[in-house]
Design a protein around this ligand. Structure first.
Ligand code: PLP
Length: 394
C-alpha cells in the first residue's frame, strides 16, 4: 500500500527529535526556566540585523512577481556570481557562477550530491561521529554507507582505518568540519594527509574518489582557529554549504552546492547535480532568501555568544571531572559518558532536567552531545544540575 522504508523513517523520528519533543512536554510540567535542553542545534543567536533590513528593503523595492517568483533551477545568476566573488576574495579561489547550484540548505545539498554521484554498487565513507541523517541520505541515494570510526583520543580521522575501508566501490568520503557532534575542526595538516591518501587511492583504483565537504559550520570557529578551504587541497571536492547556522536561518532553507572546475568531469557532474535536483523535485531554492543571502555574504550572527557558552561549559564539565573533545567550532560539546552506556547516562541526567543526546546515533558510542546554542543564562542556571549529576559518578 505504501513504502515500508519510508514508513520506518517517518514512524521512528531521530533520537534528537525525540528528546526535543520530550523537552517540550516536560516544559509544560516544570516550566521553561527549569528545563535545561541541550538537545538540538537550533541557533539561539538571532540573525544579524542586515538580514531583516535586507528583507524589508527587498520587499519595498523589488516587484513581488520577481521577488517571489521561480528562479532558474540552478539559482539566480546574480546571486551565484556574488557567492563566487565572495569566496574568491576570501579564499583566493577562481570560481565562476557556473560552479554553483542553489539549494534549500545543506540537507538538500547532500541528498542532491549523493544522488548525482550514485552509480550501481557505490559506497560512501562516513567518518564517525557523524550527523545521523548522513546514513538516511546515503541509503536513499542508493549508496552503501561505510562507517569509519575516528581516532578515539583526538576524534580526528583515523587515516589507516580510512585507507582500509576504501575499495574499488568507494565513490566519496563525507567530511564535516567543524564537526557535528564533536565540534572538532580538521586542521591543515589533517586535510593535507587526507588529500594525499585519497590521491593515492584514486591512482590505485584508476577512478575519482570525491570528498563531499559538508560545511554548515564553516564560519563558526573560535579563537584563531582556521578552517582550511577544502577545494584548495583536493580537486575532487564538492562543497555542500548552508546559511542555516552562520546566519541563524535554519527555517528559511538556503544553501548551495559548489562543483569546482578542477573536479573530474566537472561540467557533466554539474549537470548531474541539476538532474538530481530536478528528480528530487526541488525546482529552485527560495527566491527571496537567495536575494537576502546575496547581501549578507561574509556576515555571521554574533558567534561570541557561542564561544562564551563553550568556555563556560568546558570549564564546568572539566571542573566536575567530565572529559570532553576539544571543540574548536560549531556549537556542540562532545562529552565522554562516565558510564559505558551513554543512553543510561542521559537518563540519569534527565532526573536533573538536563537533556543531552547519547552518541550512539552519531555512530560513536560512549559520549553525549551537548548543544550549547542556548542562552548563557540557561547554562549558568544548569550548573547546579551538572554538579548533582557529577556527584553520582565522581
Ligand atoms: N549537516 C550537518 C553536519 C548538520 O549539523 C546539519 C544540521 O544540523 C545539516 C547538515 C543540515 O543543515 P540544513 O539546515 O542546512 O539543511
Amino acid at each position: 500500500m505504501f513504502s515500508k522504508e519510508m514508513y520506518e523513517l517517518g514512524a521512528h523520528s531521530s533520537v534528537i527529535r525525540e528528546i526535543f519533543e520530550y523537552a517540550k512536554k516536560r516544559t509544560e510540567v516544570v516550566g521553561k526556566e527549569n528545563i535545561f535542553d541541550f538537545s538540538i542545534g537550533n541557533p539561539s543567536v538571532p540573525a544579524p540585523e542586515i538580514v531583516n533590513e535586507t528583507i524589508k528593503k527587498l520587499v519595498d523595492t523589488v516587484p513581488s512577481t520577481e521577488l517571489h517568483g521561480y528562479t532558474s533551477a540552478v539559482g539566480d545568476n546574480s546571486v551565484r556570481e556574488a557567492i563566487a566573488g565572495y569566496l574568491n576574495k576570501t579564499y583566493g579561489t577562481s570560481f565562476r557562477k557556473e560552479n554553483f547550484y542553489m539549494t534549500v540548505g545543506a540537507a538538500a545539498s547532500l541528498t542532491i550530491t549523493l544522488t548525482a554521484l550514485h552509480e550501481e554498487g557505490d559506497e560512501v565513507i562516513i567518518l564517525a561521529p557523524f550527523f545521523p541523517e548522513y546514513r538516511v541520505f546515503a541509503e536513499k541515494a542508493g549508496m552503501k554507507p561505510v562507517i569509519v570510526l575516528s581516532d578515539e583520543k583526538t576524534l580526528l580521522p583515523d587515516f589507516a582505518a580510512i585507507e582500509n575501508a576504501i575499495t574499488e566501490h568507494t565513490k566519496a568520503v563525507i567530511i564535516n568540519s567543524p564537526n557535528n557532534p564533536s565540534g572538532v575542526v580538521l586542521d591543515e595538516e589533517c586535510v593535507k594527509t587526507l588529500s594525499a591518501l585519497l590521491e593515492k587511492k584514486q591512482k590505485e583504483f584508476g577512478k575519482p574518489i570525491f570528498i563531499i565537504s559538508d560545511e554548515p559550520y564553516r564560519e563558526l570557529v573560535y579563537g584563531n582557529v582556521k578552517v582550511p578551504f577544502m577545494t584548495k587541497y583536493y580537486d575532487n571536492t564538492i562543497v555542500c554549504y548552508s546559511f542555516s547556522k552562520s546566519l541563524s536561518l535554519p527555517g528559511e532553507r538556503i544553501g548551495y552546492i559548489l562543483v569546482p572546475d578542477e573536479a573530474a568531469s566537472s561540467g557533466e557532474l554539474f549537470k548531474a547535480v541539476c538532474g538530481a535536483g530536478r528528480a528530487l523535485g526541488y525546482v529552485c531554492a527560495p527566491a527571496l532568501f537567495q536575494f537576502v543571502i546575496k547581501e549578507c555574504l561574509g556576515k555571521t550572527s554574533d558567534i561570541s555568544v557561542y564561544e562564551k557558552n563553550r568556555d563556560l561549559l568546558i570549564k564546568t564539565a572539566e571542573r566536575l571531572g567530565f572529559s570532553c573533545a576539544k571543540p574548536d567550532g560549531a556549537f556542540y560539546l562532545f562529552m565522554k559518558s562516565p558510564e559505558k552506556d551513554a543512553a543510561a547516562f542521559c537518563e540519569k541526567a534527565k532526573k536533573y532536567e538536563l537533556l543531552f543526546v547519547p552518541s550512539d546515533s552519531f555512530g560513536f558510542p560512549g559520549y553525549v552531545r551537548i548543544a550549547y546554542c542556548v542562552s548563557t543564562e540557561m547554562i549558568e542556571k544548569a550548573i547546579p544540575a551538572f554538579e548533582k549529576l557529577a556527584k553520582e559518578y565522581f
